[in-house]
Design a protein around this ligand. Sequence first.
Ligand SMILES: [Zn+2]
Length: 737
Amino acid sequence: MKNKSCLTHLAAALLAWGSSFAADDAPLRVESPTGALTVDGNGIGLAPSVASCPAISPKGDPLWAVLLQPEGGPPLKGETMALTDKGQAVRKQAEADGVRLIYDQLTDGRQTWKIALTLDIRRKGDAFEITGQLRNDAQGWVVCGFIGPVLGGIAADLATHPVLMADGFGKRINRTPTTTEKPAPWSPSAHGFEITSHYPGRSGTMQWCAFAGEKGGLYIGSHDAAHGGKLFDLRYSPATGRFGIAIKHEIFRAAGQSWAMPPMLILPYQGTWHTAARYYRSWFDSTTSLCDVPGWARDASGWLLCILKQQNGEVLWDYPSLEKLCHVADQRGLDILGLFGWAHGGHDHLYPDYLPDPKMGGEGALRKALKELRRRGKRSIIYANGQLQERDTEFWNTQGKDLAVIQRDGVSVQQTYHKYNNIPIYRFDLGCLATRAWYDRMLSLAIQANDFGADGILFDQLGMSGPMACYAPGHGHPVPAMVYASERPAFIRRIADHMKQVNPEFIVMTEGLHDSVLDSIAMFHGCVLGMFYASSEEIASRLRRDRATDAFPEMFRYTFPEVMSTVRVPTPMMDREMANYTCAYGLRYEIESRYAPDVRYLRENQVPDTGEYEHVINKPDVGMMKATPPGEAIRYLKTIIEFQRAHAGLLWRGRFSDTQGFSFKGDGLIAKGFAAGESIAVIVWNPGNSPQPFALDVPGAELMSASEPERGKVEPFGALPPQSLRLLLWKRRASIQ
Ligand SMILES: [Zn+2]
């Protein structure tokens, strides 16, 4: 909410003031091999020399805004205000490879603030880089955000240059709102319409976006190794038909403090969007290493997520029955059991206390069950919520309330998760990750999970929540501070590092996705855009690009092909369409057992009616369960998983190369590449209902074989049967000779 309010204030402030540049000032100019960047009173312009990159012709939108609020913790008086570059005195200085803009102090035309800002705009290789320094010496004021630099007046046509934004695994924005439909997923804004992405969190998983044409485009990234909280704001003005990108940095800097703006990179690029993805990845690799995932996890097909005891106290699977769950997982080819609701409180109740439950057999039975599970070749992940603590519990009363994230109005950030309509609503505060006590509790839960014999711990939700402000004193951070931002990767990494010492095979997982935790998270429990059920119709829509936006999972998968994530199917089965989707995108499978009828489905192949979930608020997909007989769903999932296992070197351990390195033609078909060493696998998927011909070639490589999960070896280029996959295996010619 605070973000919206800041942006509204900004918008009002922006319209009021004149330019700091004189009208006859020559624009400042920075050149690179890919174009010329100009800065004048209208903003930042771009004349790209890359033919397919959109130009930027600024229209006078503010270049930046500093957001201010009065100093102090809650209850805080006074509104957030915005000072922009409009009306400020600026000195311009030529620098090597660029220019520097210097603002010695800031004014709103009446009052002056001792806040100094410099912006450096320079060439960096083929790109342009903008960095900055802000120094707050305004006593009594806290800088509470910085918006900018703002790129306005981007002349793009979404029909040829859709925007890729890192919402979940990726979102492609295909067109602007029309006058005859609701603007969603666009939101009305002071600029017309906007779509925002909040990093790091489920809606902002990477720090880049692109206007992505077939032959070239415009990359805009924030290369912030500290993973600070920020919003990527895509703006569209129906009045001008132009687009804008604004990055809003979520910071707090009290009087006496400085802030270095992380580099913003602007790159006109040639080729498909994969070039932009590689550019970001290349920067990422210069700052961070990906988590070293143990072999057993790398080769895991996916998991059976299982709630043992529900929020209402109902025991669905006791510890001795984990043996039966192993059998259920075996039947389907799933390698991991995700044990949710395994503790005395049940799922989403009494957090963060997690004790073995005597009603489920007690600690001895749990240890025995985990041992047996391992003997049977399965792995187990034990659940702990990484952020929730239930209010009015003993933990909360004795220490938790002092660890809670507190908002500006003095009230804690609260969440509710209500599973049944006939039980009370439990309320949760969020543990502030900066506090020692919350860290100690989470670490102790990981140690406990390992001690019980589990193979890993899932800290639920830490890949979901975006950054937020915390105004609580005594947390070890300044007041206020942004939390669930830069400190979160360090929080998880400390636990993961500790556990590596205890047991190198033990993994840390979380729910959601964002790249700030890739150095410590071995696998994600996917619960973000691109991981949800994708029907044939959904895939056909994505191929047609006929909606305002689409999920575009290729974006994150290609940028980080090593990153493992499960899909999200909160139903005790997945159908053929979803199994094929999971395989084609190189994701990991999941099915979920959450409620009593789910258990009957898994134990007895009994297909439930919706009525059996009487008090359940978020029911599974009963329609999907009814549409495929249980035996058939089990058979197909097992078949496709064993097919992948047979090609694990490519499909699980290889690099997802999307559409790079081969040419493909096939109506309504999806083709995705996986590379490992000299081998290339291309999976061709027909999500439609009729056989489809296709043409495929991997230049410089020789076709070795073609196979399908159900038919084994097949004719490589015969029409692809409906609802099926084919794997074509190629080897680079140089390696054959
Ligand atoms: Zn805090």
